[in-house]
Ligand binder design. Structure first.
Ligand SMILES: *[C@@H]1O[C@H](CO)[C@@H](O)[C@H](O)[C@H]1NC(C)=O
Ligand SMILES: *[C@@H]1O[C@H](CO)[C@@H](O)[C@H](O)[C@H]1NC(C)=O
Ligand SMILES: *[C@@H]1O[C@H](CO)[C@@H](O)[C@H](O)[C@H]1NC(C)=O
Length: 624
C-alpha cells in the first residue's frame, strides 16, 4: 500500500518541479491536434537572414491569431506580450500575432517563439533568425580574363551567396539571373570586354549590392623581342594567353633559310634555350658572344598543338620578326633602297601579285593604286568574294602581298604599299612597285641610251615571273637578225660585238643582247622575240636604242667590260666583217654553234624573207 503512496508522491514531486521550472524553462501547451502544424512551423518566415542593424519581422502565419494574447519568447529567454514590450526595440507587428525586432544584434540569432492563446486553444510557432555580419564593401579580386574566341565560356561574377543578380554588359541590355550569379557566353569576343555592372540580391539585405567587374578578353598572341646582357643576346617569342602546348621553337635569320631548332634544356654551346620552359609557353634563344651579323632581323616560329575532343590537333605555327638593331650606328643603310622602284611585268589579262616585305611584324597593310584608290587585303578573307586577296605567309612575319584576278591597262603605274607595324604606332613603312602591263615577252627598258662607241644591253624577259624560253632572237634597226643564247659569249661574239649578256639565261626567261661597242647603224628600234616554252605563238617586244650625245654618262661595269672586250676583238670584228662579205663561213661561229647548227638560222645581214615569221609586218623601219 505504501508503495502506491510513494509512487503518487514521486509523480507529484516531478510535476511540481516541472511547474516550478516554468519561470525559466518554457513549457508549451501542445495539443495533439496542433502538433502537426507546429512541427511544420507556423512561424513565418521559418528561416530569416538579417544583416546586423536591419529589422526582423516575425509572425504566426495562422489567420486566427491577433495581437491580443500574443506572447514572444526570444532566443535569449526573454518573454513578453507584444503589446507590452520590455524595450523600444520590439513592437507589435501586423494585425495578427507578430513582432518587429529593430536594430538586430548578434545576440538575436536563434529561435524565436510566438504563442497565441485564445480561450482553451493556443498556437505556437517559431522562426529561426540568422544574423549576418554586414558585407561592408565587396571588393572582387582581379579582372576576370576570358579567352578570345572561346565558346560557351562560363563567367562567374561573384563568390557571394546571392539569390539573384542583374547583369549589364557593355552596350547591351540587362539580364536577370536567378540563383548564383553566372553568365554563359556563346562565343567570347572582344566586344564583351570592359566594365560589367552587377547588382546582387543578397539574403539578409534589403538594399542590393552593386559591384563592377572588369572583364578582359585576351587573345592568343606572341610577345617577341630581344634582351642583351654581358656578351649574350637573348631572343624570345613567348606565347601568351593560350591553352595550347609548344611543340617546337625555331629561330632563323630572316635573310637565310636555315635556322636553329631550339629545345627546352638544349644547348650546343653557342645557341641555347632561353626562357622559363615550354611548359610556361616560352620560346627563346640565347646567343653567346654574338657576332656582328647576329644583329639582324630574326624570324621566330612556334609550333603549337591542342586537344580537340580526343585527338591532338596541330595548329598553324605562330611567327614573328624580331629586329635587333646593329651595335654600331649605321643608319644610312635604308636611304638608297627606297629610291629604286621595282618593276613588275605582268602579262595582259593575267592575275598579278604585288609583294612587299617589312622587317617587322605587321598589324595591317594596304595598297594604293596609281589612280589613288586603296585596296586592303585581309589575311583571313575568303579569296573568291572579291577580285583581290591577301598573299604571303602572314602579316606577323612582315609579308604584305596582294593578288588581283586580272590586270587591266588602268593598273599600269606606280603602286605604293603601306605597312603598319605591330606594337608600334606612327608612320607606316612604304614601298613602291612599278607595274607594267606587257606581252609575254617584254623589254625591261623601252628606251636605252648609249654613248657613241659605248656598250649597250638590250634586255627582254618574260612577264609574270621567270618562264623558260625556247629561243631568243633580236632584229636590229637595219634588219639584221640574231639568234642567240648564253653560249654566245664575249669571246665568240657575233660580228665581234653582239653576244648574250653574261649571267642571264633562256631557262630563266631572259633574252638579252649585249652590244660591246655601239655603232651608228645600231641606233634605232630593235625587236626582241622568243617562244615561251608553254606558248604556241612567238612573243616579242620592241625597244629603242638612242645616242646619248648630250652628256657622257659614267660607264657601268658591264659596259667597261664590254668595251675592253670590244677593243680586243676590234680587229677580229673588222676581219670578220670582211670575211663574211666575201661569203666565207665564219670559223668561230661554226665552233660555237655546232651543237645546234641545224635548227638555228643566223641571219647576219641582208633582207629577211617575207614568210620568215609572223613578225615580218612589224619589222622596224630602216633608220632614217
Ligand atoms: C474550456 O474548457 C472547459 C472545461 O474543459 C469548458 O467548460 C469550456 O467550455 C471551454 N471553453 C471553450 C471556449 O471552449
Ligand atoms: C599539354 O601538356 C600537358 C602537360 O604536359 C599535357 O597534359 C597535355 O596533354 C598536353 N596537350 C597536348 C595537346 O599535347
Ligand atoms: C582605280 O582603278 C581601280 C581598278 O581598276 C578601279 O576599281 C577604281 O574605281 C579606280 N578609281 C578611280 C578613282 O578611278
Amino acid at each position: 500500500m505504501w508503495l502506491k503512496y510513494l509512487f503518487t508522491f514521486i509523480i507529484l514531486t516531478v510535476l511540481i518541479s516541472l511547474t516550478g521550472a516554468q519561470s525559466n524553462i518554457p513549457i508549451y501547451d501542445v495539443r495533439l491536434k496542433n502538433l502537426m502544424t507546429m512541427q511544420q512551423g507556423i512561424g513565418w518566415p521559418l528561416q530569416l537572414r538579417v544583416v546586423k542593424g536591419l529589422e526582423a519581422l516575425l509572425r504566426l502565419s495562422s489567420s486566427e491569431a491577433n495581437n491580443q494574447n500574443c506572447e514572444v519568447l526570444t532566443p535569449s529567454g526573454l518573454q513578453f506580450n507584444v503589446n507590452s514590450p520590455p524595450s523600444g526595440r520590439f513592437e507589435s507587428w501586423s494585425g495578427g500575432c507578430g513582432v518587429r525586432v529593430k536594430n538586430v544584434e548578434s545576440s538575436d540569432a536563434g529561435r524565436w517563439r510566438l504563442t497565441f492563446t485564445s480561450g482553451n486553444n493556443s498556437i505556437t510557432g517559431w522562426s529561426e533568425l540568422h544574423v549576418e555580419e554586414d558585407t561592408p564593401s565587396y571588393k572582387p579580386v582581379d579582372p576576370i580574363s576570358l579567352q578570345d574566341g572561346q565558346t560557351h565560356a562560363e563567367v562567374e561574377l561573384t563568390t557571394l551567396q546571392n539569390s539573384y543578380c542583374l547583369v549589364t554588359q557593355p552596350f547591351s541590355e540587362s539580364t536577370l539571373v536567378p540563383g548564383h550569379c553566372q553568365v554563359t557566353l556563346d562565343r567570347t569576343t572582344r566586344a564583351v570586354q570592359g566594365r560589367w555592372n552587377v547588382v546582387l540580391g543578397i539574403p539578409g539585405r534589403v538594399s542590393e549590392l552593386e559591384v563592377d567587374r572588369n572583364i578582359a578578353v585576351e587573345t592568343e598572341q606572341l610577345a617577341s623581342g630581344y634582351r642583351e646582357d654581358s656578351a649574350k643576346l637573348h631572343l624570345y617569342c613567348n606565347v601568351l594567353h593560350t591553352h595550347k602546348n609548344i611543340t617546337f621553337c625555331r629561330f632563323q635569320k630572316n635573310s637565310e633559310t636555315s635556322g636553329f631548332n631550339i629545345m627546352d634544356g638544349l644547348s650546343d654551346g653557342r645557341y641555347s634555350y632561353y626562357g622559363d620552359g615550354f611548359k610556361k609557353k616560352n620560346c627563346g634563344m640565347t646567343i653567346e658572344t654574338p657576332a656582328a651579323n647576329d644583329y639582324i632581323t630574326w624570324r621566330c616560329s612556334v609550333g603549337l598543338q591542342e586537344w580537340r575532343g580526343t585527338t591532338v590537333v596541330q595548329s598553324t605555327p605562330m611567327q614573328a620578326l624580331i629586329r635587333v638593331p646593329p651595335k654600331t650606328n649605321s643608319a644610312s643603310r635604308q636611304g638608297g633602297e627606297n629610291d629604286d622602284v621595282r618593276t613588275l611585268f605582268v602579262e595582259k589579262d593575267s592575275p598579278f601579285t604585288i609583294m612587299c616585305r617589312a622587317e617587322a611584324s605587321l598589324a595591317y597593310c594596304w595598297f594604293q593604286h596609281p589612280n589613288g584608290s586603296q585596296f586592303t587585303p585581309v589575311e583571313r578573307q575568303d579569296g573568291d568574294e572579291r577580285d583581290f586577296r591577301y598573299t604571303g605567309d602572314s602579316l606577323q612575319i612582315g609579308d604584305c602581298g596582294i593578288t588581283f584576278a586580272h590586270v587591266t591597262d588602268e593598273d599600269v603605274g606606280v603602286w605604293t604599299c603601306h605597312m603598319g607595324p605591330r606594337n608600334q604606332l606612327g608612320v607606316e613603312e612604304t614601298d613602291r612597285v612599278n607595274v607594267k602591263v606587257t606581252g609575254p615577252l617584254a623589254a625591261n627598258n623601252k628606251e636605252v641610251a648609249v654613248n657613241d662607241g659605248g656598250a649597250a644591253i638590250l634586255y627582254c624577259h618574260t612577264s609574270n615571273g621567270r618562264r623558260p624560253l625556247d629561243y631568243c632572237r633580236f632584229l636590229s634597226p637595219n634588219n639584221v637578225g640574231f639568234s642567240i643564247d648564253s653560249s654566245v659569249k664575249e669571246e665568240n661574239a657575233i660580228l665581234g660585238r653582239f653576244y648574250f649578256t653574261p649571267e642571264r639565261s633562256l631557262d630563266c626567261g631572259d633574252c638579252s643582247l649585249t652590244i660591246s661597242s655601239v655603232l651608228d647603224e645600231d641606233i634605232g628600234e630593235w625587236t626582241c622575240a622568243g617562244l615561251l616554252h608553254d606558248n604556241t605563238a612567238e612573243s616579242k617586244d620592241t625597244l629603242v636604242l638612242y645616242a646619248n650625245s648630250k652628256r657622257r654618262q659614267p660607264l657601268s661595269t658591264a659596259s667597261i667590260a664590254g668595251m675592253s672586250v670590244g677593243l680586243i676583238v676590234l680587229a677580229c670584228v673588222l676581219a670578220g666583217t670582211v670575211w663574211y662579205k666575201k661569203g666565207k663561213p665564219i670559223p668561230w661561229r661554226r665552233v660555237t654553234y655546232s651543237a645546234r647548227a641545224d635548227n638555228v638560222s643566223l641571219q647576219l645581214s641582208g633582207p629577211r624573207s617575207s614568210n620568215d615569221s609572223s613578225s615580218s609586218n612589224e619589222q622596224p623601219q630602216p633608220r632614217p
